[in-house]
Design a protein around this ligand. Structure first.
Ligand SMILES: Cc1cc2nc3c(=O)[nH]c(=O)nc-3n(C[C@H](O)[C@H](O)[C@H](O)COP(=O)(O)O)c2cc1C
Length: 180
């Protein structure tokens, strides 16, 4: 075993897929990229890490709503681009050819080009840690999306794309809730 710098530890903890978070501040739609997320419970609770240095933060705090839009690898490049500029001076939907669709429950838009869209209510913001706690209230999937591979940030501007699937359902059976 060799020692690794402490700041590299997170790379080896499953980071979840890179996601897009959409917001509507009452005037404009916006979208940002997030790779630091966490599943909190089976009944669609999630956490994401962000803070006041991003334009999206104000809309998240004010409206207490967002959509977690999950891109497949076919729009990985656009997803990274959306995380490399700010909604304070850029219409990212227009600039990166993302299509906002009306959601059913929240005012933040779904993204047509994303494989999955989860409408969320903000349940809490833990200021000390910059953690938003989200409750999913509606989920959409586009099964016609040809690319169903999610992608993951693995540090230094590099990403992995989902590949081979392992099925250990029999081992985990007693631990899985019905229907999962
Ligand atoms: C791959 C990728 C992952 C990112 N992950 C996060 C994250 O987990 N938390 C965060 O606050 N910002 C993250 N960012 C940065 C924001 O997406 C970026 O600051 C964005 O410009 C914010 O947009 P806004 O100012 O319109 O809200 C990430 C950017 C990229 C490209």
């Amino acid at each position: 075993m060799q020692k690794l710098p402490l700041e590299k530890a997170f790379l080896y903890v499953e980071p979840g897929p890179v996601v897009l978070i959409t917001t509507f501040d009452g005037k404009k739609n916006n979208v940002m990229t997030i790779s630091w997320t966490m599943v909190k419970d089976f009944d669609a609770q999630f956490c994401l890490l962000t803070g006041p240095w991003n334009h999206s933060y104000q809309a998240l705090v004010k409206t207490k709503e967002c959509v977690m839009a999950i891109p497949a690898a076919d729009i990985a490049r656009k997803t990274v681009q959306a995380g490399s500029c700010s909604g304070s001076d850029t219409d990212k939907f227009k600039k990166f050819g993302l299509t906002p669709l009306k959601a059913e429950i929240v005012r933040a838009p779904l993204i047509k080009e994303c494989f999955v869209n989860i409408e969320c209510k903000v349940e809490d913001y833990v200021k000390k840690h910059g953690i938003f706690v989200l409750q999913g209230v509606n989920v959409w999937i586009n099964n016609k999306n040809k690319d169903k591979r999610l992608f993951h940030a693995v540090g230094n501007g590099t990403f992995t794309v989902d590949g081979k699937k392992l099925n250990y359902r029999k081992i985990m059976q007693s631990k899985l809730p019905a229907g999962i």
